[in-house]
Design a protein around this ligand. Structure first.
Ligand SMILES: *[C@@H]1O[C@H](CO)[C@@H](O)[C@H](O)[C@H]1NC(C)=O
Ligand SMILES: *[C@@H]1O[C@H](CO)[C@@H](O)[C@H](O)[C@H]1NC(C)=O
Ligand SMILES: *[C@@H]1O[C@H](CO)[C@@H](O)[C@H](O)[C@H]1NC(C)=O
Length: 448
């Protein structure tokens, strides 16, 4: 029984991205309340900004994993945050070279198992060389994954779920991305497949049954491994006194304002910035827009936005350069819509806080997540034109539909319902995760 068993120690290795480390940390917190000891392993630059809340300090240890500094990729670039996009293949290659150091960490800390991210096929190999099991944990949607693996494993058949289909322009872009290789020649498709193959009998996925049950089952069937949902894993917003964003929001009416953000990795093109800026103007809805640029780009907000934009929107809009406290903003009662790239963690966050989504996917699995958002009924997607580009009128139309018009009531009600469901959930997924881990580690040592 859980109360009498020994402590199981787990080494966690997320990809070097904010949207990946966050869910690993949340999973670590949940497990640490159940007699698990967690080593969370990442690059020093990334760990330096993580603060482990006091109550978890004894159960969660941060462990630095040194990534080699390749030419043009100094240690401060060992994170995807602000990373110039052309350096991404190099970062993947650099991380691929961290195996020997991971091996040292395993020898030193002696964890019972490894939980690793889906771009890191070398990590389970290291675990195996130490005789410990390794489970793949991906913070992606089961629906998106089922689409991807279906297209790899059953390319001749159509994906069985009609709701998840991509427009032609997305398909082309998507194939390109998956085939794009890192500097050592490994494509993302290959990485993902090797990770799945090497995962010890199970796959953990950041989702939950009420939301994606049918996709979870189909994915288990496709991958021939048990897909175990770990729950929504949304972080609680950190409250800060007297910050100017909250003060600004306090003056707005209930559900009157949208939050506009495209995640920590994607940088808008000049054209996209322009369409979005005019779309926001046309919508007449209040907004907070987090705009960011790669670390090496030297450009001011005034230069980046259409001429006179800031003067015209004045009090109606707040433009923030760089990072914005997303959870705190979404949790504010004045916020009534989230213009989002649909990174899966952002979708979960929006649902938890009951904020309907204006889906504006940009790349990777985001267009698939946007289909799920519409299918579940918690948002509407801004459709792109035939050339795959955003248009200001369409942006304004969808914002108004979701936030103010009567037609959007269905979406606004649905997201409230889903939010209540998430808030009332217990930790039933973690029960299942715990059982799975105990069983796996017992099998590995022969001492169930
Ligand atoms: C590293 O990841 C954490 C957790 O997601 C994040 O809070 C932090 O800002 C990241 N740091 C950098 C430098 O990317
Ligand atoms: C392993 O870590 C050490 C520092 O502990 C570092 O000097 C070395 O370059 C790292 N090796 C690799 C392959 O990254
Ligand atoms: C698509 O929208 C862009 C504006 O972002 C416009 O320049 C282009 O002409 C449009 N293409 C079509 C086929 O309508």
């Amino acid at each position: 029984m859980a109360t009498t068993r020994r402590t199981i120690s787990v080494l966690m290795l997320p990809w070097l991205a904010h949207g990946h480390i966050g869910p690993f940390l949340e999973l670590a917190k949940k497990l640490s309340k159940r007699n698990f000891h967690i080593f969370l392993c990442s690059s020093p630059v990334n760990l330096s900004s993580i603060k482990i809340p006091h109550e978890y300090c004894s159960a969660i240890e941060l462990v630095e994993l040194h990534v080699p500094s390749l030419p043009g990729l100094p240690p401060q670039y060992h994170t995807t945050r602000g990373l110039p996009p052309h350096l991404m293949p190099k970062l993947k290659m650099a991380f691929d070279m961290a195996g020997p150091n991971l091996s040292d960490i395993i020898s030193d800390r002696q964890p019972n198992m490894l939980i690793f991210d889906y771009l890191l096929p070398w990590a389970p190999e290291v675990a195996r060389s130490h005789g410990i099991p390794a489970v793949n944990f991906a913070s992606v949607a089961a629906g998106a994954s089922s689409f991807v693996f279906h297209s790899i494993k059953r390319p001749a058949d159509e994906h069985p779920f009609k709701a998840i289909r991509l427009q032609d322009h997305w398909m082309a872009k998507y194939r390109n991305q998956m085939e794009q290789a890192s500097e050592n020649g490994m494509s993302d498709t290959e990485r993902v497949m090797r990770c799945i193959d090497q995962s010890s009998g199970l796959i953990f996925l950041k989702t939950f049954r009420e939301l994606e049950g049918k996709y979870i089952d189909y994915l288990s069937d496709l991958l021939e491994k048990k897909v175990v949902p770990v729950g929504p894993l949304v972080q609680d917003p950190v409250q800060e006194d007297g910050d100017h964003i909250t003060e600004w929001l306090d003056k707005k009416e209930r559900s009157s304002t949208i939050f506009v953000s495209f995640g920590t990795e994607y940088f808008l093109t000049e054209k996209e910035r322009e369409e979005i800026a005019y779309g926001l103007e046309l919508s007449s809805v209040n907004f907070i827009w987090a705009v960011k640029f790669p670390v090496e780009e030297d450009i001011t907000l005034e230069e980046a936005l259409p001429r006179g934009f800031l003067e015209r929107v004045r009090d109606r809009g707040l433009v923030i350069e760089g990072w914005a406290p997303q959870a705190r903003i979404l949790a504010h009662q004045s916020v009534g819509g989230f213009v989002s790239h649909c990174g899966w963690s952002s979708v979960m966050e929006s649902m938890k806080f009951g904020v309907p989504i204006i889906a504006m996917p940009m790349h990777l699995d985001q267009p698939l997540d946007a289909r799920i958002v519409e299918d579940v009924g918690v948002g509407l997607e801004v459709m792109r034109n035939e050339s795959g580009e955003l248009e200001r009128k369409e942006i304004a139309k969808v914002i108004k539909a979701v936030v103010v018009e009567e037609g959007g009531e269905r979406v606004r009600n649905k997201v409230k319902e889903v939010s209540i469901g998430i808030r009332n959930k217990g930790d039933e997924e973690i029960d299942e995760v715990e059982d799975a881990i105990v069983k796996l580690c017992g099998e590995a040592t022969g001492s169930v």
